[in-house]
Design a binder for this molecule. Structure first.
Ligand SMILES: Nc1ncnc2c1ncn2[C@@H]1O[C@H](COP(=O)(O)OP(=O)(O)OP(=O)(O)O)[C@@H](O)[C@H]1O
Ligand SMILES: [Mg+2]
Length: 225
């Protein structure tokens, strides 16, 4: 099997003052390259924690995480940041665009981080923005875009370096029903066209339906349903 993600007995304990919160408990998960996975579960069950650990934004308290064959625990912060920029796209509920950058400039950021010349970054950004349906919006600032358009910019930014892995945390959570449906459709197209592995944390039944597989988290553990 060609595993893009291997989570090997991951636990995460948050210590705040006197209290320990066990956010993840002995999680084992393997994700095949090209797969489309939906992570479901109640609020506080550890979904975002798991996604952030898979994406190298957070580290587990114990256990190992491999992405594209690399043990993330062996990378120092700088190496991890570089690895993320090359291999992993992130999309969040509240878009997280840079407010003082245009759509085009937002999308160019990850390409410039990995060292593309401005001209090449711009060309790639224009292509991917056009692909997500934003031709004619290149020079708009985030406040001049609708929620759905902002999420399309965020998706374009996540994809500009052609990462094999795209992680989304409630990507439709802040969108109305119709706009959400369009984003669900776009994500399915990306999975089909570019063979990008999708891991999407969601409460959205449409995403659960579109996914190849559903992972259910309850109290920090994967449960079979
Ligand atoms: N930085 C942190 N410090 C302390 N506790 C945290 C931290 N992040 C998360 N937690 C705790 O870990 C548990 C899991 O949180 P997490 O954000 O992963 O849940 P979630 O499933 O994404 O929930 P939601 O659906 O509400 O987004 C929660 O009990 C939360 O309070
Ligand atoms: Mg969450």
């Amino acid at each position: 099997m060609d595993w893009i993600v291997i989570a090997d007995n991951i636990s995460k304990i948050y210590k705040t003052g006197e209290t320990n919160v066990i956010a993840l408990k002995n999680v084992n998960l393997r994700i095949e390259r090209g797969e489309y996975i939906a992570i479901l579960g109640p609020s506080g069950s550890g979904k975002s924690t798991l996604l952030n650990i898979i994406g190298g934004l957070d580290r587990p308290t114990s256990g190992k995480i491999y992405v594209d064959g690399v043990d993330l625990g062996r990378l120092k912060e700088g190496g991890l940041a570089r690895f993320r920029a090359e291999k992993i796209g992130f999309v969040f509920q509240f878009f997280n665009l840079i407010p003082t950058f245009t759509a085009l400039e937002n999308v160019m950021v990850p390409a410039e981080i990995i060292g593309l010349k401005t001209r090449d970054a711009r060309e790639k950004a224009e292509k991917i923005l056009a692909r997500v349906g934003l031709e004619g919006r290149f020079n708009h600032f985030p406040y001049q875009l609708s929620g759905g358009e902002q999420q399309r910019v965020a998706i374009a930014r996540a994809l500009i370096n052609n990462p094999p892995l795209l992680l989304c945390d409630e990507p439709t959570g802040n969108l109305d029903t119709k706009t959400g449906a369009e984003i669900v459709e776009l994500l399915s197209e990306i999975n089909a066209e570019y063979k990008t592995t999708l891991v999407i944390v969601t409460h959205d039944q449409r995403i659960a339906k579109a996914a190849d597989r559903i992972v259910n988290l309850v109290d920090g553990q994967i449960v079979e349903t």
